[in-house]
Design a protein around this ligand. Structure first.
Ligand code: UT7
Length: 327
């Protein structure tokens, strides 16, 4: 049976850089606190009227197609992971397809907060494994600045905007997404969420006044769950694939907090040189963190490298994937 191999990767972040120094002028925070508690130094922010997550997703997908010399007409399916869709509907995947010229094929969004890319990769790989499709694009795109309250120091320092996309194609030589685990538990629903704007609390003067359209996070509770579950699921995927720490060339973790990443790597027996890390440059870009890591480290990856991807996010949602790098 074919596996779904990642055959290309591309990333995009907007030009504007929001530094810790600028945040110091906006809220009562400081570079020392942000750096020591999170590892973040700067993040990129999408500016411009009428620009949504699709803008960044389309840049990533267009760059991917160009790099791989694949025409939009050759793509069989596009899946977008996002927590900050341009609209409630139509879906952002639909808009990205339109922007890059992909027509008459299926496209849909997946919402699994910070685990979105991992979920989308898992779903996308099924269409390849069954033999139904030959070219599936999975893109993670989030404009977190659209839902961040820049008067709330507990959240505004954490997030940034960006997008990353991968191409999935069949591989029968043992490379690709060899295993994945996705999990969720609604116990976390009130610890990290955007309360209003959906069908439970549609927009009203009251929801705006109460600031319910912004990200709310109970940081310490999420931290505890994230450390435990990201490490547990990474250990689980290693165990069931008989991988020890030394077999893993790279840990590719969701970039929410350097301390969570360090704890996961420690549990897996992987030293920091083999952990992809770019949180200092981008902050937490939600569904874009994992593809942006792969994009930044692409030149260091070798065919046959064992990668463990791991994520944790709102919901709660979490998961891991075992990938044998295909090029
Ligand atoms: O990606 C999806 C999943 N999300 C995560 O994985 C995030 C998980 N949570 C975290 O990463 C951490 O909890 C945070 C980075 C959000 C916060 O770090 P913490 O070590 O848990 O800090 P805390 O929330 O317990 O706050 C410690 C202190 C508080 O002051 P008091 O009450 O001790 O006086 C906060 O008010 O730090 C204060 N604080 C700040 N100080 C300066 C909170 N935010 C800031 C800030 N600058 N930006």
């Amino acid at each position: 049976m074919s596996k779904a191999a990642i055959t290309g990767i591309h990333g995009y972040v907007p030009d504007y850089v929001l530094t810790n120094a600028e945040l110091e002028r906006m809220v009562d925070t400081n570079d020392e606190w942000i750096t020591s508690r999170t590892g973040i130094k700067e993040r990129h922010i999408l500016k411009g009227e009428g620009m949504g997550s699709s803008h960044m997703g389309a840049k990533a997908v267009a760059g991917l197609l160009e790099k791989l010399n694949i025409k939009p007409q050759e793509v069989d399916l596009l899946i977008c992971a996002t927590t900050t869709p341009d609209y409630v509907f139509p879906c952002t995947a639909n808009l990205i397809c339109d922007m890059v010229g992909i027509r008459n094929v299926g496209s849909f969004d997946i919402q699994a907060a910070c685990s979105g890319f991992l979920y989308a990769l898992t779903v996308g790989s099924q269409f390849i494994e069954t033999g139904k499709y030959k070219k599936v694009v999975v893109v993670g795109a989030d404009k977190m600045s659209a839902i961040v309250d820049y008067t709330d120091r507990t959240t505004c320092v954490l997030f940034g905007d960006g997008a990353g996309a991968v191409m999935l194609e069949p591989n029968t030589d043992g490379f690709g997404i060899l295993d994945s685990i996705i999990k969720s538990d609604g116990i976390g629903q009130n610890h990290l969420f955007q309360k209003a704007g959906g069908s439970r609390y549609p927009p009203s003067h009251e929801t705006v006044e109460k600031r319910w359209h912004y990200v709310y996070q109970d940081g310490p509770s999420v931290f505890k769950f994230a450390v435990k579950n990201m490490a547990d699921v990474s250990a689980e995927i290693m165990e069931r694939n008989h991988l020890s720490g030394s077999d893993v060339a790279w840990l590719v973790p969701h970039q929410a907090n350097k301390r969570i990443i360090d704890a996961t790597a420690h549990r897996m027996g992987i030293e920091s040189e083999r952990v992809m890390m770019n949180i200092h440059r981008y902050g937490n870009t939600t569904a874009a963190t994992i593809p942006l890591c792969l994009f930044d480290y692409e030149s260091q990856l070798k065919k046959g490298d064992n990668l463990v991807l791991a994520a944790f996010g709102g919901g709660f949602t979490w998961g891991a994937a075992y990938v044998k790098w295909a090029y």
